[in-house]
Design a protein around this ligand. Structure first.
Ligand SMILES: [Zn+2]
Length: 305
């Protein structure tokens, strides 16, 4: 009988490795099939299909519900990563969990490989730092606009009594085009967008805020945007794109889609009109006010004459 020399330790180690990586694969699939993760990845892809996310442009964050956290927790990393100070504070978000796109990641890749392109972060008990608990594999970080998103979540939670959960930033071409030819004020942008399409005043009756061109990614643009988001659920970033907030993925994407469509209509109508804003026909202010009255919506009176 041959003398076979089994190395049981190596065999056991190899078997454990195989089982561990199989378990990781199964966990990843289970995680990526949770409803809020599917909604999130679908929205990333929706924006990509609209042409709003060239290269690593745009970002998305979602404030998870307690139910989302309970469903996702079994798949969290065994050991969370280090706490990272954000440079901004959101006391009303202490202990919250967010799903976020990754810094430098491409929206077009999110659906293919969520675990490398998005991740869940936990906020500390003072609302000043985050740590990654799932996803963002191989050293990835949350979007560089995370401080902006975080401050805006904080403002929107206060403004909507906790209803708003989604913050979305996209490089919407119509809005960028408008920022070359329309004065950079809330009133100038809002009136023109409302007048483009009957639906607009119903979808964003408060109007839109406008942030002049600023360096992205820092606390200054975060603060300027969050000041506007106390009043509006959408802010224009001049020569950059759009910032939108809402209670869920459908409403937030729908809001960005409506604003951007109106902006594209404005640019096209103005070009077709020889560059002039002297329209032959348009929705009058009385029409905007009457629409809101009939839909039982409070229009922002500051923007109608
Ligand atoms: Zn951007």
């Amino acid at each position: 009988m041959a003398n076979v020399d089994f190395d049981f330790d190596s065999l056991r180690e190899a078997a454990t490795d195989v089982l561990e990586s199989a378990a990781q694969g199964v966990n990843r699939i289970a995680m990526e099939n949770l409803e809020f993760v599917k909604g999130f990845t679908r929205m990333c892809n929706d924006g990509w299909l609209q042409g709003w996310h060239e290269r690593n442009g745009g970002n998305l964050t979602y404030r998870m519900t307690d139910e989302d956290v309970a469903a996702a927790r079994p798949f969290f990393d065994a050991k969370p990563r280090e706490w990272v100070e954000m440079g901004v504070t959101g006391e009303n978000l202490a202990g919250s969990f967010f799903l976020s796109t990754g810094s430098g990641k491409y929206m077009r890749n999110v659906t293919e490989d969520p675990a490398h392109n998005i991740g869940i972060v936990e906020i500390n008990e003072t609302g000043t730092a985050y740590r990654i608990v799932w996803g963002l594999l191989d050293g990835a970080k949350p979007t560089s606009e995370f401080p902006s998103h975080f401050m805006n979540h904080s403002v929107r939670v206060a403004a909507t009594d906790g209803a708003d959960r989604v913050i979305y930033h996209a490089h919407t071409p119509g809005i960028i085009e408008m920022s070359f030819i329309v004065p950079l004020t809330d009133r100038d942008f809002t009136r023109r967008l409302w007048q483009m399409m009957t639906e607009c005043v119903v979808v964003f009756p408060a109007g839109v805020g406008v942030v002049p061109w600023m360096v992205p990614g820092g606390p200054a643009i975060a603060e300027a945007t969050s000041n506007l988001m106390k009043t509006y659920s959408t802010a224009v970033w001049a020569h950059h794109g759009l910032f939108a907030a809402g209670p869920d993925f459908d409403t937030t994407f729908g809001l960005a889609h409506t604003v951007e469509k109106a902006a594209a209509l404005y640019v096209a109508a103005r070009a077709a009109n020889g560059g002039s804003e002297d329209w032959l026909n348009k929705i009058e202010d009385k029409g905007l006010v009457d629409t809101c009255r009939d839909f039982n919506i409070a229009i922002n009176q500051a923007f109608v004459d």
